[in-house]
Design a protein around this ligand. Structure first.
Ligand code: TYM
Length: 358
């Protein structure tokens, strides 16, 4: 029997999944389950690069699993697992980090963005004074955090997530392209240094929904961790909240419903509606000729609500069923561990680590 191409992809269990995650990622993942062997990870080890309340991380991880299944990922068809349950991610990340020049990590756009969000200058990380700390707010409590080295080496852990399964294809949103390039470089570098071991994985970025922008600031991507409550639509938001958020979305001067560089707000809403309905942007522009922003936003809101309705309903029915959720991880974790162990053992052998006594 011909082997199916292997897909590996993941999301962080940091807060709820967003309309961006759904349109740019999960909707495509669920469509790919039928003709690929799929590994879908919930990457809790990535989440701790930012301050995390332990009890929230625990409940967000199971909630992320419920959202995966609600979005159509099928634990009977695909291997769904939690990253920290599979031994090998951190081990391979260590090996790969020994092949990664520091400068490559310091140049990563997401690292620079996150560092500047925390209030440090990314261009001068060495200026960070020892003990200097930024204050964070979460769930009313305050915690302290400085720039940790996990934030810098995050893309190496991501490369390890992918290479540990020798994946052929990695479906991701536009924002992960740079991390994917590093992953491909690291695979090539390892193969050159230690002989052919890894496949070189390809990123799969779908055209529709690849970069959904914030409703409050359409020059930034829609993100789970945005502090502005109106910036992000979560897949479990109730219809009235979706109407409110889209109703208050930033639009642009003028009143024409037309995409363009000078109209990032309207362009974002147009591409959301296009990703939701499958219609071309130009067709939507034509439908709304002579109509106002109010009518347009109403249509975007209703299309969002209708698309998310079955997802939300399934999520609400699954989220309380912890027994089912834990059982849904069982098979995926075992299969993932078996594959990960085989590839990690091969890597260790190639590097020259002595075989473990049996
Ligand atoms: P994360 O958790 O931020 O996002 C999960 C997936 O959703 C996509 N995405 C978006 N797509 C369109 N518009 C948006 N506004 C938007 N926001 C997020 C992301 O591109 C991603 O596909 N580093 C990854 C997690 C990760 C990973 C991996 C991914 C860790 N290891 C290995 C693939 C393979 C991340 O933070 O995704």
């Amino acid at each position: 029997m011909e082997e199916k191409p292997v897909i590996l992809t993941c999301a962080q269990p940091t807060g709820g999944l967003t309309l961006g995650n759904y349109l740019g990622a999960l909707r495509n993942w669920s469509r790919m389950q039928y003709d690929h062997e799929c590994y879908f990870g919930i990457v809790d080890m990535h989440s701790i690069t930012m301050p995390c309340v332990p009890s929230e991380l625990r409940s967000n991880t199971l909630s992320c699993l419920a959202q995966y299944i609600a979005c159509g990922l099928d634990p009977e068809k695909s291997h769904i697992f939690v990253q920290s349950h599979v031994i090998g991610h951190a081990e391979l990340a260590w090996v790969l980090s020994c092949l990664t020049p520091l400068g490559e990590l310091q140049r990563m756009t997401q690292f620079k963005d996150k560092v500047s969000k925390l209030g440090f200058k990314a261009s001068e990380p060495e200026d960070e004074k020892e003990g200097e700390a930024v204050k964070f707010k979460h769930s009313g409590a305050r915690a302290q955090a400085s720039i940790n080295s996990g934030l810098l080496s995050y893309p190496v852990l991501m490369a390890a997530d992918i290479l540990l399964y020798n994946a052929d294809l990695v479906p991701v949103g536009e924002d992960q392209r740079q991390h994917m390039e590093l992953c491909r470089d690291l695979a090539q570098r390892f193969n050159q240094v230690y002989s052919e071991t890894f496949k070189i994985p390809s990123a799969y970025v779908s055209k529709a929904g690849a970069r959904v922008m914030s409703l409050a600031d359409p020059t930034r991507k829609m993100s789970k961790s945005d502090e502005n409550q109106n910036a992000t639509i979560f897949i479990h938001d109730d219809p009235d909240l979706v109407r409110k958020k889209i109703g208050s979305a930033v639009t642009d001067s003028g009143n024409e419903i037309k995409a363009g560089q000078e109209k990032p707000g309207v362009t974002n809403l147009l591409s959301i509606l296009s990703a939701l309905t499958g219609k071309e942007t130009s067709e939507i522009e034509e439908d709304f000729t002579g109509k106002g922003y109010g009518e347009f936003k109403k249509e975007v809101a209703e299309a969002t609500i209708e698309t998310l309705r079955p997802v939300r309903e399934k999520y609400l029915s699954l989220s309380e069923d912890k027994t089912y959720l834990l059982s849904a991880l069982q098979n995926g974790t075992a299969v993932a561990q078996k594959r990960a162990y085989r590839i990690l053992s091969k890597v260790y052998r190639k590097i020259g680590f002595v075989e473990r006594p049996r």
